[in-house]
Design a protein. Sequence first.
Length: 247
Amino acid sequence: MSRDIILKAYNFKGRKKGAKQIKMTLEGQFGIVYNLKRIRRIMIKYGIICPIRKANPYRRIMKATKEHTTLPNLLNRNFKQNTPGKVLLTDITYLFYGNGKKAYLSTIKDGSTNEILSYNLSDKLTLDIATDTIDKLINEGQVKLTIDAFVHSDQGAHYTSPKFQSLVKGYRLGQSMSRRGNCWDNAPQESFFGHFKDESYIKSCETLSELKEEITRYMFYYNNYRYQLGLKKMTPVQYRNHLLNLK
């Protein structure tokens, strides 16, 4: 039955999906080809609801002190450079879970493959959340970085701080920053946070430990099983391997 086929993809890996995700999952995991019009018609008929992304109303940039230094925008929105491990997009977002509890998630995303290379969760918005994410990238990362790899962020106080910039430089990474107040200069990171909040089950987590477990599960799903149109209908890991095989 067509309804069961759609639900099979919709519930794959326990993550709800929209019509485009269902189409790519059907093709990539089950070898079934349905066009989008048919998928949407079936979803409407049987009340299969897809997640709707919401803007993050809590986004803000911390005020930097005089000792903090902003840097030029080396990226200029050239996110897709077809070179894994070169463009390292980073940002921090708010997460609300349990009964009004708040946590913060810092991530590093590969601009060429959309793969999440490193992430760090904390219940405090201290500098450590950003520096620990960089440390994890270098010490625990599975992707080889290029000799000209650089970190791109907004002008938030974490990234303009002398300690963060010294850490990045010490790892022989370059650093780039978006123009002030221009979210489009780091749009792929914003996009990831939107999908993550819609598709994960963070609100049902009662403790920080439960939240960490859910984030770990989602990151594995996202990197290995979430197909993306912008990656030629591949997952981030598949697309990374695809690009490396072209070299």
